[in-house]
Design a binder for this molecule. Structure first.
Ligand SMILES: *[C@@H]1O[C@H](CO)[C@@H](O)[C@H](O)[C@H]1NC(C)=O
Ligand SMILES: *[C@@H]1O[C@H](CO)[C@@H](O)[C@H](O)[C@H]1NC(C)=O
Ligand SMILES: *[C@@H]1O[C@H](CO)[C@@H](O)[C@H](O)[C@H]1NC(C)=O
Ligand SMILES: *[C@@H]1O[C@H](CO)[C@@H](O)[C@H](O)[C@H]1NC(C)=O
Ligand SMILES: *[C@@H]1O[C@H](CO)[C@@H](O)[C@H](O)[C@H]1NC(C)=O
Ligand SMILES: *[C@@H]1O[C@H](CO)[C@@H](O)[C@H](O)[C@H]1NC(C)=O
Ligand SMILES: *[C@@H]1O[C@H](CO)[C@@H](O)[C@H](O)[C@H]1NC(C)=O
Ligand SMILES: CC(=O)N[C@H]1CO[C@H](CO)[C@@H](O)[C@@H]1O
Length: 496
């Protein structure tokens, strides 16, 4: 999930964090073994093979006038499946290309054999290849109208039912929903709304409470700040100073030119207003880094070194007041850790912060309709410029982009907000480095709605492949998760 619906150039820094969507790591825990020889852990990803399939879905599950259908893509691997009632692990796809999530959900591949499970990765409508109106899907609000979490959940439930009916041996198979970030929210909600489709859900880094009135809007950026503060001396302090320095420099043409050059921007900053774009892009960059502060080299949003924030902070250690120029040179070098780790980047594009595998437009639309996630900064408890949450400004921005206005209370009504204790069999896992923990379920709600905390864990670290650099916390978390899976499977098969 992305931190930002940042209409670049708009005077409002409207921030909708990418929901792809962490606190207390210490240096002692992180030996600095940097360097390219560790690229092995990037490429050590086990080769994965899957069948690509398509399922005919209703465009509208909830009304009868729109009777069209579309092809929903899903990926299947049954190499380890024991057939005849053996379990199915079902990834509830989020806002992007399902093959990319499939490649980044090593946990399912690592556990398939132990559970004798079939793996299914289902694509979310309007992303990847699953476009209800083909190339027209994004061309008009009329076509976007069917992009909702409710429709996506219905797609998953219908697909699961169809798999059970048509795949030989799957009729009695217990299905477990697994997802990360927005996909984790969907996994939890699938269990809540369609309890007969899935026997349980693993909702990793799923901020189901990042909605109006449920959690303080400032927590997200406080966690981002803490991650930087804990990753190097003066690191968050210097980022905090950088905003004034940018403002200072951007007041003159020479300053804008210097900034454009120093940051190697693809399109130079032309007028003082362009600086809003630069600042929100930097803010989003720091937030993304907090999400992907993994203990090993990885390529999720961008190719990055292990513990990337520590590497970023090495450029920001200034321990006394330095000139605006020196400070911003450090900021630029720090940003290039994120954008140029491979050394192949020609220029930095302030309209881009993450992989093209994410469907940004689709997520913006969702944020502008149901997924209204208030975020704010105060400049005191976080390292950013103060930016209160302004629902009206947000709504206006949505209206100008899509011709629709968000319904800020709908998610609470439809999914129960904080009052979900009547549900069962959901694991909520969260890493303390991950800013999305702000909206996550971090305490047990009942004996079968359990929270797992992963210290030194970033955004859905538990869903990634095993790695030699995994902190002990994530190894334990994965063991716990599999233990719950086995319990649910046992319950389901013994009650048959
Ligand atoms: C779908 O709707 C169209 C127009 O309303 C109608 O002509 C068509 O017969 C319907 N198709 C089905 C399968 O119901
Ligand atoms: C997923 O991984 C396979 C190889 O393992 C690669 O060919 C493919 O391009 C990847 N897809 C995405 C979307 O990352
Ligand atoms: C910005 O400009 C003001 C006034 O010229 C100056 O006092 C300040 O040190 C400059 N830099 C920063 C980082 O505030
Ligand atoms: C990226 O890194 C390479 C290798 O260090 C360097 O030649 C290039 O100029 C860098 N690109 C940017 C945009 O800074
Ligand atoms: C910058 O990113 C935007 C949005 O993805 C894209 O449209 C534009 O072409 C990119 N510009 C350059 C110079 O790469
Ligand atoms: C949750 O719902 C129950 C009824 O189902 C109600 O008694 C309780 O007050 C609600 N709790 C909150 C915090 O809204
Ligand atoms: C939730 O309950 C389990 C089992 O009783 C316990 O091991 C775990 O520590 C609890 N989690 C939290 C976050 O308190
Ligand atoms: C410029 C600045 O913030 N310097 C601080 C860096 O950190 C040391 C140790 O915490 C402080 O003493 C400096 O004031």
């Amino acid at each position: 999930m992305s931190a930002k619906l940042g209409a670049v150039g708009s005077p409002f820094k409207l921030i909708i964090v990418l929901l792809i969507f962490g606190c207390c790591h210490t240096f002692a825990l992180k030996p600095h073994i940097l360097g390219r020889h560790r690229l092995t852990s990037l490429t050590a990803q086990r080769p994965i093979t899957y069948k690509t399939c398509y399922f005919e879905q209703q465009i509208d599950h909830f009304g009868f006038l729109e009777n069209g259908t579309f092809k929903q893509r899903y990926l299947v691997n049954d190499l380890h499946w024991h057939k005849e009632g053996a379990p199915i692990l079902f990834y509830t796809g989020n806002e992007g290309d399902i093959a990319w999530f499939c490649n980044n959900t090593g946990f399912m591949w690592d556990t398939a054999e132990e559970l004798g499970a079939m793996l299914v990765f289902a694509e979310h409508r309007y992303y990847g290849e699953s476009l209800p109106f083909g190339q027209e899907s994004y061309s008009d609000a009329k076509y976007l109208n069917y992009l909702t979490s409710e429709q996506a959940l219905a797609d998953f439930a219908v697909l699961i039912q169809a798999l059970k009916r048509t795949v030989p041996g799957a009729r009695g198979s217990p299905v477990i929903a697994i997802g990360g970030s927005y996909g984790g929210m969907l996994a939890a909600w699938l269990r809540m709304k369609y309890p007969s489709a899935v026997i349980g859900a693993l909702a990793s880094s799923a901020p189901i409470w990042q909605f109006t009135g449920m959690v303080p809007c400032g927590d997200f950026y406080k966690i981002v700040t803490k991650d930087f503060a804990n990753s190097g001396p003066n690191c968050s302090k210097n980022i905090k100073r950088s905003w004034t320095a940018i403002n200072n420099l951007s007041s003159s043409e020479a300053g804008l030119e210097w900034l454009s050059k120093e940051f190697s921007l693809c399109s130079p900053l032309k007028k003082p207003e362009d600086v809003f774009g630069l600042k929100s892009w930097l803010q989003e960059t720091w937030a993304n880094l907090a999400m992907v502060d993994y203990p090993y080299e990885a390529n999720f949003l961008q190719p990055l070194p292990r513990w990337p924030i520590e590497v970023v902070c090495k450029h920001l250690y200034f321990d006394k007041d330095v000139s605006d120029y020196q400070l911003l040179r450090g900021i630029s070098d720090a940003a290039k850790v994120y954008y140029n780790y491979t050394g192949n980047t020609q220029c930095l594009n302030i309209s881009q912060t993450a992989t093209g595998n994410l469907g940004m437009m689709g997520w913006f639309y969702q944020a502008c309709t149901e997924m209204v996630m208030p975020l704010c900064t105060d400049g005191i408890e976080d390292m950013f410029e103060p930016q209160p949450w302004d629902f009206q400004a947000f709504s206006d921005e949505c209206y100008s982009m899509f011709g629709v206005r968000p319904r800020e209370d709908w998610v609470e009504t439809v999914y129960g907000g904080k009052n979900i204790s009547s549900h069962s069999n959901i694991i909520f896992s969260n890493g303390d480095l991950d800013p999305w923990t702000s909206g996550g379920v971090t305490a047990n709600l009942s004996h079968s709605l359990v929270a797992i905390k992963i210290s030194n864990g970033a955004h859905h670290l538990d869903l990634r492949y095993n790695n030699e650099y995994d902190p002990a916390s994530v190894i334990t978390a994965r063991q716990e998760e599999v233990k719950y899976f086995k319990q649910w499977i046992k319950q389901a098969t013994s009650s048959r």
